[in-house]
Design a binder for this molecule. Structure first.
Ligand code: IMP
Length: 434
């Protein structure tokens, strides 16, 4: 395959994108993050060794791959530097391989203070954010008062800008939320202290990507979170603050949409969600517990327990439409091993209607009840299987049914956390090594 690829989560995040991006990157010259920030948690396991990335693209573990952070990402300098240090301590050389768009908006301490104050004020209605300041940073961006990375390079200008923005936010912190104001000088000093380390990483990412494209080099766009957390199309207001859909790969990186050739939609074999909001197939029973335990369903960023439930085909169908998904990648199939019966949610019951697409009104979504189709489970282990024919017949039937209900072909199946536990069905995605 000589094309570029967009990898996105089709559910509420945590579908296992990081593993798939890392597995695929061998075939790519560059990996680009285009939205979100260090709210993401991408867990990679290579020969038993676990690495969790929040901000740096999952291509970083491959020495020949360039990693770029696009303008659509909100950037915490401290999180970036901490992650670089962790990678370097683990013996992963990053020098010369990571570039950050000069247009990234900076997450500064007042964004975190606002995130916390806002969640506290919402009480029972809290979104359940990751508390990383993501939402307030995107708010500043849209309000045209955000501070971009290139502004850090001019010390006097940067100081003036921070002071002005903080005067505004301190008023809100104090008068709206009754919270403590923050002193601006420590914020300015802490950011400026990163200047010498960040300066060599700053790049014109759109131009870099254009050049790579012109040179026939392949680019992988790495989505964070999931389509149902998209600010426009997700379960608003219980969403993140960025566009998480495949289309955002163009605007969030600076390479035009004709360069997005193949969209791989990552689908967990069941559903999970962290944070609040509607989740029609949620299981508060022994099966939900089973999925959570076998799937190690704890947030990679906050350590929070993820809510677990059956695979929701209704929500998934919407997601596949929104993202123009070319092929499905089903992850964590092995977590379902040992369940006698599996359920797929094929419609929602809303009042006296049966819906096959999710309602646009979040209040209606909250009261939808799942309508299930049952399929037999399997008792054999699928863990680590890399050949489709070796899967139990019931597992194959489950996967085929998902593809049929979604009207989208199966492209990749993941049968375990390791890079090696991967089975390819779409020859376009097969690696030379497979
Ligand atoms: P925020 O992105 O921190 O503002 O959080 C908004 C919502 O998105 C909350 O429900 C979070 O739990 C959820 N969220 C943010 N990042 C991730 C992620 O990487 N995986 C899953 N959920 C996420």
């Amino acid at each position: 395959m000589s094309d570029n690829l967009v990898v996105i989560g089709t559910q509420w995040g945590d579908e296992g994108k990081g593993k798939i991006v890392d597995w695929l990157t061998e075939q790519f010259a560059a990996v680009v993050r285009f939205q979100g920030g260090h709210n993401a948690g991408h867990t990679l396991v290579i020969q038993g060794e676990k690495t969790v990335l929040h901000l740096i693209p999952s291509g970083i573990l491959r020495p020949q791959v360039r990693c770029l952070i696009g303008n659509g990402v909100v950037l915490s300098l401290s999180a970036l530097m901490e992650e670089l240090e962790t990678l370097e301590q683990a013996g992963i050389a990053t020098a010369g391989r990571l570039q950050v768009s000069s247009a990234c908006n900076l997450i500064l301490p007042y964004h975190i203070a606002l995130d916390e104050a806002r969640e506290r004020a919402l009480g029972q209605q809290a979104i359940g954010t990751t508390g990383r300041g993501i939402g307030p940073c995107y708010e500043d961006k849209v309000a045209r008062r955000g501070i971009r990375l290139y502004e850090l390079l001019d010390e006097a200008h940067f100081s003036r800008r921070v002071q002005a923005v903080m005067a505004y936010h301190n008023t809100i912190l104090q008068q709206v939320f009754g919270a403590e104001p923050l002193a601006s000088q420590p914020v300015i000093n802490a950011a400026l202290a990163y200047r010498t380390r960040i300066e060599p990483l700053i790049a014109d990412v759109p131009d870099e990507l254009y050049r790579l494209s012109q040179a026939g080099q392949r680019i992988l766009f790495e989505g964070a979170q999931g389509a149902l957390l998209d600010i426009d199309h997700g379960t608003y207001p219980y969403v993140t603050s960025s566009n998480t859909l495949s289309g955002a790969a163009a605007s969030g990186s600076g390479l035009g949409p004709r360069a997005l050739h193949y969209v791989l939609g990552i689908v967990k074999a069941y559903t999970t969600r962290v944070g609040s909001g509607p989740f029609p197939t949620e299981l508060n029973d022994a099966v939900g517990q089973y999925l959570g335990e076998r799937g190690h369903e704890f947030g990679a960023t906050t350590g929070r327990k993820r809510r677990c439930g059956w695979l929701d085909i209704v929500a998934l169908r919407r997601s596949l439409q929104l993202n123009s998904v070319s092929g499905l990648c089903i992850t964590k199939l092995d977590v379902l091993d040992g369940l006698e019966v599996l359920k797929l949610c094929v419609a929602y019951r809303y009042q006296d209607q049966e819906l096959t697409t999710p309602p646009l009104d979040g209040r209606q979504f909250t009261v939808c009840e799942p309508v299930y189709e049952e399929l037999p489970g399997w008792s054999d282990s699928t863990a680590g299987i890399t050949c489709y024919a070796d899967l139990p017949a019931a597992a194959r039937a489950y996967l085929t049914r998902i593809a049929e209900l979604c009207n989208t072909p199966l492209a990749v199946i993941s049968t375990g956390p390791d890079r090696a536990d991967t089975l390819v069905l779409d020859p376009q995605l097969a690696r030379a090594a497979d």
